[in-house]
Design a protein around this ligand. Structure first.
Ligand code: DOR
Ligand code: ZN
Length: 426
């Protein structure tokens, strides 16, 4: 017996057309897509005219397990993913201990198989303990299923170390995923360096702390032939560097977060650490550069950098509170509402493409398309439903978002991952 989705509209990712199609799921596969499918012997689900898209991908998520389970667990983090329409997440290794050994990656895989509500692909650390001193056994981490290598949360300060990591990663055919931050420039900064930080008297992180690392690593990628993926791009000059590197034929890809596309440092008053994130919210000029980069293909995909923290931690003074926003449960409705509906900068299919087919192709993982014979990873969106974002309703343990109280449309009402219903509000 399969699951037959009836009365839905299938979004064509290339043309943007919405096609009246029924979709049959048997086991973990999509076995048929047609205008009419014989229902006998299947469980039917009425989609009430809502839109069917591939399950979303988020290649930048902090699941916090092992070690910081008070912030998030694999169970709650993937529940948040499912609620946000995500079927695939890649998780960051800045856990405790850091994911720098094969057995730790296997732990994440096994636990996500047992309790997870999404496909989980862990990154392995570039350096042991993310200390920047000694490379991990990258071969063993690949063997254990690493989808790429990153020291996310901190930049790799030593260029020679980064070069060696890229040489190894190139051999292994996996990307180096960078948190671009030169600590000699970012120092003790807690927000973007500029007018607002000066007004508030808070130490700033200049945009160049990001762009000099992007430039350095683009050149190292050219030298080594490695695939460089730039995380959470936020600075205008960093976007320019990626554009330049792509033109030059360097193998570089980049992601941007919903918060860097929608917010600036003007929203920071210096008291609410739910506005503190790294890289920091920057200026309107930087935000526009990120939007432009997304539109012209310089920036390949959207990733949330879902970074849950406890309420107690986020209540601390702005300067000492941890960096990070949760993002999984609000990403799609916010981007749909603000960029597709209101600003009309992107079309629905362009937005969905940046959250599905693009990351699937770049990281070489299943999903990203709703096709016969493909994996049964899909999401159904109610484009009309409008809700006010209320962190108290999150499945994530993290409530730390600057978007509380925002009204948004386009909520995922059904998520199916590997043939299994992981979220259902139909
Ligand atoms: O805001 C952030 N939070 N940026 C990072 O780079 C790390 C992350 C975290 O782990 O909390
Ligand atoms: Zn991160």
């Amino acid at each position: 017996m399969g699951i037959l989705l009836q009365n839905g509209k299938l979004l064509e990712l290339e043309s943007g057309e919405l096609l009246a199609r029924e979709v049959l799921i048997e086991g973990n596969q999509i076995t048929r897509i047609a205008e009419r499918i014989e229902a006998a012997g299947h469980e039917t689900v009425n989609l009430n005219g809502h839109v069917i898209v591939p399950g979303f991908f988020d290649m930048h998520v902090h699941l916090r397990d092992p070690g910081f389970e008070y912030k998030e667990t694999i169970e709650t983090g993937t529940q948040a993913a499912a609620k946000g329409g995500f079927t695939t997440v890649a998780c960051m290794p800045n856990t405790r201990p850091v994911l720098d050994k094969p057995e730790l990656l296997r732990y994440v895989y096994e636990k996500s198989q047992a309790v997870g509500f999404a496909r989980v692909y862990p990154y392995g650390a570039i350096t042991k303990g993310e200390r920047g001193e000694e490379l991990t056994d990258m071969d063993a981490l690949k063997e254990a299923g690493a989808i790429g290598f990153t020291d996310d949360g901190i930049g790799v300060q030593n260029a020679g170390m980064m070069r060696s990591a890229m040489e190894r990663a190139k051999e292994l055919g996996l990307p180096i995923v960078i948190h671009a931050e030169d600590e000699s420039l970012s120092g003790k900064g807690c927000m973007n360096e500029g007018e607002v930080s000066k007004r508030l008297g808070l130490p700033g992180i200049p945009g160049v702390a990001e762009s000099v690392h992007v430039a350095r690593d683009a050149l190292l990628a050219e030298l080594t032939g490695a695939h460089l993926h730039v995380c959470h791009i936020s600075d205008a000059s960093a976007v320019d560097v990626v554009r330049w590197a792509k033109r030059r034929g360097i193998r570089v890809t980049a992601e941007v977060t919903p918060h860097h596309l929608l917010l600036t440092d003007e929203g920071i008053d210096g008291t609410d650490a739910n506005w503190k994130v790294n890289p920091p919210l920057r200026t309107e000029k930087d935000r526009q550069a990120c939007l432009e980069g997304l539109l012209d293909g310089t920036i390949d995909m959207i990733a949330t950098d879902h970074a849950p923290h406890s309420e107690e931690e986020k209540k601390r003074a702005f300067q000492v509170a941890p960096f990070g926003f949760v993002g999984l449960e609000t990403a799609f409705p916010l981007l749909y509402t603000e960029l597709v509906e209101k600003a009309k900068l992107l079309s629905l299919h362009q937005l969905v493409q940046k959250m599905t087919a693009a990351p699937a192709a770049i990281f070489g993982v299943p999903g990203g398309r709703v096709v016969e014979g493909g994996v049964a990873d899909l999401t159904v969106i109610d484009l009309q439903q409008e809700r006010v974002i209320d962190p108290a309703e999150f499945a994530s343990k993290g409530r730390n978002t600057p978007f509380a109280g925002w009204k948004a449309k386009g909520w995922p009402v059904l998520t199916i991952c590997n043939g299994r219903v992981t979220h259902n509000e139909l």
